[in-house]
Write a protein that binds this ligand. Structure first.
Ligand SMILES: [Zn+2]
Length: 291
């Protein structure tokens, strides 16, 4: 399989990778509706890269309303085999400072009102999620981060909350007690769906501030605090772009990965009993197992 890299992130990331005018815009439709935005495809130093703005143009989708299934399905339709995702988070640890990067290795999923599977009716599919991120892609990211000036943490547990409100003090301390390192709102169900779509998926988390467990000095100036968060996001964003740019060539020669066979033993239904209409609708994902 020819590797093709998909990148999911914010508008700034797309602009920084492709430049404002570059990239062929492609409207994609899926059985799960329209993705967050048009996809942008560009040749990046000889490697084909597809970019998707998770929150849509103008940041119109909140974390609960992001069309995650359409987004991942659209990436699959474009032939993407490997997804590099990035997202802003709050830090739950002193040592993970705003502006650092974290190549996450675990997730605690607290989301509860999002469609989190492609296989919600007509067949039973149970993929492994013990390692929610692709270890091979994580390894590439760790390797290419070695020369960077920014501190890049090689592991971290991301607590994914529903939001859109932030945590209470009690919740923030509970998340720390659970072993969480970061708190965010978007990695799930994105990582689950990428696994169901048999794609490699890794996340570069951008801590923009400490979550509320670390009580900041009484904010004399809320505007100043917001400015600081945005500055941290920009700083981490620039570092994330550097990391992604360095990873793309390495990923373009990526060997086949177990992620690409994630459904091999995961379809528990008697295939002869599954409605052909269901198979037809999900042909892109499961067709090869029903051929
Ligand atoms: Zn993989």
């Amino acid at each position: 399989m020819q590797p093709k890299i998909g990148i999911i992130g914010g508008t700034g990331l797309g602009d920084a990778l492709f430049g404002r005018e570059q990239g062929r815009r492609i409207e994609v439709d899926t059985p799960f509706g329209r993705p967050s935005s048009a996809l942008a495809q560009a040749d990046w130093n000889g490697v084909e890269v597809v970019f998707l703005n998770r929150h849509g143009e103008g940041h119109v989708h909140n974390p609960s309303s992001v069309p995650y299934r359409a987004n991942i399905f659209a990436m699959k339709k474009m032939g993407v085999t490997t997804i590099l995702a990035s997202g802003a988070t709050g830090s739950l640890r002193d040592e993970i400072e705003p502006g650092h990067l974290v190549i996450c290795d675990q997730v605690i999923d607290k989301t509860h009102r999002r469609a989190n599977t492609f296989f919600d009716s007509g067949l039973a599919v149970h993929v492994e999620m013990a390692e929610p991120f692709c270890e091979r892609v994580r390894k590439v990211l760790m390797e290419v981060s070695a020369g960077m000036r920014t501190v890049v943490h090689h592991s971290g547990t991301y607590v994914c909350m529903e939001g859109p409100q932030f945590s209470t003090w009690a919740e923030s301390n509970m998340h720390r007690g659970w072993g969480g390192d970061l708190i965010g709102m978007t990695v799930m169900p994105e990582a689950r769906l990428a696994r169901e779509a048999q794609m490699c998926y890794a996340l570069i988390a951008l801590p923009t501030d400490y979550d509320c467990w670390r009580r900041s000095k009484p904010a004399a100036d809320k505007g100043g605090l917001l400015k600081e968060i945005i500055a941290n996001l920009n700083r981490a964003g620039e570092a994330a772009i550097e990391l992604i740019k360095a990873a793309i060539p390495a990923l373009a020669s990526h060997p086949p990965c177990p992620c690409h066979q994630a459904l091999e033993l995961a379809i528990w239904s008697d295939k002869s009993k599954v409605d052909p209409e269901v198979v037809k609708r999900l042909d892109l994902l499961i067709g090869r197992y029903f051929a």
